[in-house]
Write a protein that binds this ligand. Structure first.
Ligand SMILES: [Zn+2]
Length: 342
């Protein structure tokens, strides 16, 4: 529809519709938007770029429309004036996860697959979507970058914090094949065990802090010493932080002006198990939520996905967090990937 006719239509809608018809029209528009999910997200992003008028290359705000590309998308150019402005061209996708990504007609179907649970690249290949395994893998990581960054700025109230460990992995690293291994050890086949027993540098800590309002902080850390810095400034003052009593959590709570509670898990022996313990008092502080969360992440990463390279671990943790969000949808996946700049 051309611009003039569309303006007339909008004016007529505003003037002539009854309240019931407004509701009905809203539903029709929503259904149409859902079927053209990627196009709608793109249009929204284009409008945002035009109105914000910032260059994604240099941040300069003097931009002009600069024709359309082969796909019919609006192009922009950053105007050079004196020392400011870079003169480069861009479109609404430049600087987002979708930069130079092809086949826009398949994005919505792919996002739908990703929003319903884990699909292997082979599942995607055989689903008839018409993208290769490599494309599926690349698109997955592009879409998940926004999800990896999406977590609470800070947590508060009653907080449960703990860390879990994943074996450091270089899955897919070319060095395994060409005799230049990334770590001084033989490759682990099919999720084999660590070489060293106990907590060694082979074990990568993942810190999780959950609060009772659903806020979550989840960070893949280089080592245990990074726990305290990762929590710096992210615990609301006056909270109650529950942990296993590791000194990093105690000092994080003290620094934040919060209370720390050490949760002691009772040692269970054959004898105590046989007798059975007292039932747990409802409302008592514990680490049950964070333990359950770790159980789910382990199952997802190690069983469903069958292990990921450590450098991709934040993406998959973000994916699981997203899948458990009640408001998560293919639309949200695309919108968040479009609005998160690299
Ligand atoms: Zn520029």
């Amino acid at each position: 529809m051309d611009a003039v006719r569309f303006e007339r239509l909008k004016a007529r809608v505003a003037r002539e519709l009854t309240p019931e018809q407004c509701v009905e029209l809203g539903e029709v528009v929503q259904a149409a938007a859902a079927s053209r999910l990627a196009d709608v997200a793109l249009a929204r992003r284009s409008a945002a770029v035009s109105s914000r008028r910032g260059c994604p290359h240099c941040g300069h705000d003097d931009i002009v429309k600069h024709g359309r590309d082969r796909g019919g998308r609006q192009r922009f150019r950053c105007r050079r004036s004196g020392s400011s402005g870079c003169g480069q061209t861009f479109n609404a996708l430049t600087g987002t996860a979708f930069t130079r990504m092809r086949k826009p007609e398949k994005w919505a179907a792919y996002a739908r697959m990703m929003a319903t649970g884990f699909k292997s690249v082979d599942d995607v290949k055989t689903s008839g979507l018409g993208i290769s395994r490599l494309t599926a893998w690349r698109w997955r990581h592009r879409l998940l970058r926004a999800q990896a960054l999406r977590q609470a700025e800070r947590v508060g109230g009653v907080i449960e914090a703990d860390e879990t460990y994943f074996l450091s992995s270089y899955k897919g690293h070319r060095g395994w094949q060409n005799g230049n291994p990334p770590e001084n050890r033989p490759p682990r086949y099919r999720g084999g065990p660590a070489i060293n027993r106990g907590l060694s540098s082979e074990q990568i800590p993942v810190l999780t802090a959950l609060d009772n309002a659903g806020g979550i902080i989840e960070e893949v850390l280089p080592n245990r010493a990074a726990i305290a810095p990762a929590l710096q400034g992210r615990i609301a003052p006056g909270s109650v932080l529950c942990s296993d009593g590791h000194k990093a959590y105690v000092s994080a709570a003290v620094k934040a002006g919060s209370e720390h509670r050490r949760i002691m898990t009772p040692k269970k022996t054959q004898a105590t198990k046989a007798v059975g313990g007292k039932p747990r008092r409802p409302g008592r502080l514990g680490l049950g939520h964070v333990n359950a969360h770790h159980e789910r992440t382990k199952t997802f990463v190690n069983r469903q996905v069958r292990g990921v390279s450590t450098r991709h671990l934040p993406f998959y943790l973000g994916w699981l967090r997203a899948l458990r969000r009640p408001d998560f949808s293919p639309e949200a996946l695309i919108d968040e990937a479009l609005s998160t700049l690299k």
